[in-house]
Design a protein around this ligand. Sequence first.
Ligand SMILES: [Fe+2]
Ligand SMILES: [Fe+2]
Length: 297
Amino acid sequence: MNDSITQTRRIKRITESVISLPTLPTVVSKMLELVDNPKTSAASLARLISTDQTLTARILKLANSAYYGFPREIYTVDTAIVVLGFNTVKDMGLSLTVLDVFKGGAGADSFDVSKLWEHSIGCGIGAKMLARRFRSPLVGEAFVAGLLHDIGKVILNHYLAGEFHEIIGMVRNDGRTLDEAEEVVLGTSHAEIGGWLADKWRLPKIIAESIRYHHAPWEAQTAPLLVAVVAISNYLCHCAGIGNSGRKNPVSPDDRVWDIFSGNNIEISADALEPLETDLLLEYDQAETLLSFIHED
Ligand SMILES: [Fe+2]
Ligand SMILES: [Fe+2]
């Protein structure tokens, strides 16, 4: 059997695995709609979270954690939103529900998926930090876009653990880059696989683009700036050693990524990356309580 037939079969298998994935839980898709809608009120967010008991309990646990040091016990989601802020609670809710969809399952032994979630949350935090700094109107979407950018790897780890194990092995032992190893083993990439999932879940277009094009933001049609922000945040997470995405060496941003920023009158270049890395580490340390949920049973 020749190589291209083998590859086509593999891609087909991956596609089928993706098609058989669970659908997006209602609470996540509703929350993504809230992200999409600038008129979302604190009351509608509280109402939505309250429909999910586990989520409510976790958000209250966070609100009452020592980190926030609120003097009285917080009993309701409405109060949590007042104390923690609307955006913190929304980002929390999204992270926790997305984590839940993919929790459990065996996965590849060679890969610590909790490190991938640390990388993903780090990328969400960094994307939001950058969007805020560039006064981008897409600050609200930046966290979700960063959080989900490598969702294709989560799928690989859960549904194609054998192949993922092989890919990680090639990166570790054979000096291949992750992209090369994916091409050899799968004939496609985690970005493309994540894109398929985004389509199946009908995620907002700009989130789907951030997943599909985070390694080639210039190919995005709707919001290349947001995708470029995710790409830079991804790079910063690699340089700062936040989590582990399965790569051995960070891939420096392509010139076309910097062109997207200059095309939007944003001054940023490779020289700015070092101080940004420090700022990201500081913000990431503050997200300790959010991160503690990754390791929760
Ligand atoms: Fe990636
Ligand atoms: Fe990544």
